[in-house]
Write a protein that binds this ligand. Sequence first.
Ligand code: SF4
Ligand code: SF4
Length: 246
Amino acid sequence: MKKHLTYEEMIKICQTINRCYLPSNEAFEDAIDDLFEKYEEDDAKRFLLQAFKKLLALVDQEIQIIEQKVAIRPTCEKGCAYCCYFPIIITKMEAKLMMAYIDSLPAAEKEDIHIHLVKYFQKNKEKLQKLCAIDFTEAPDFKEQYIVERLPCPFLDLKTNTCKVYEVRPIPCRTYLNYCSPKACADSYIPKEPFSYEFFYEYYMEALNEIVQELLYENEDIGIDYPEDAFVFDYLPNFLKSIKNI
Ligand code: SF4
Ligand code: SF4
């Protein structure tokens, strides 16, 4: 297997994926069944967090299945983080689940993330005010406007260039992969080479909604205002600031 594909080779692979791969929500539906088979009604919040992690991991697994079919492997490596300067937009429901994940960590790790976030919001106050106020529903060039300012993601550890919440990194982070030279990402703010598997978002979100609805049907307290939280989209830093009250 060749290490770096050229852009032209990547285009051909994309065409093969489009031709041969039939998107399906089957794996996500099976995952819901598996999860509820093991559901114990004593801790719905913990169950929801496990389900969230499982669905996110499933997106990675589905991507790997496609990669195996077309014999490609990402050139993305730990410590490469040019893509962690893109604006990350998620739902309030996902932001709350990411916070629940942080709350579930051992005390020292939780404290480390808290201190990191406090410093991050202090250091980047002005850029955050400016960039996280760009209306992404109205400004077609919001990604360009955001990325040229080099504002790192709140969860990027700048000493190691790694993600502090890797296990629950949102869908845009895990579905954006490069198979060409990583130099493509180093040389351009918005490189054309990386491939986006964002089509998995629909299946992941449908499954997450189904799980939340089921838990609410059972009158469980899951800390989610539904359906509002599933339909409010915002920049990740905005949610962090409001939910964590930093
Ligand atoms: S997408 Fe680009 S910047 Fe992000 S990890 Fe992969 S090679 Fe690095
Ligand atoms: S959540 Fe993690 S992977 Fe995603 S942009 Fe932030 S630091 Fe990078």
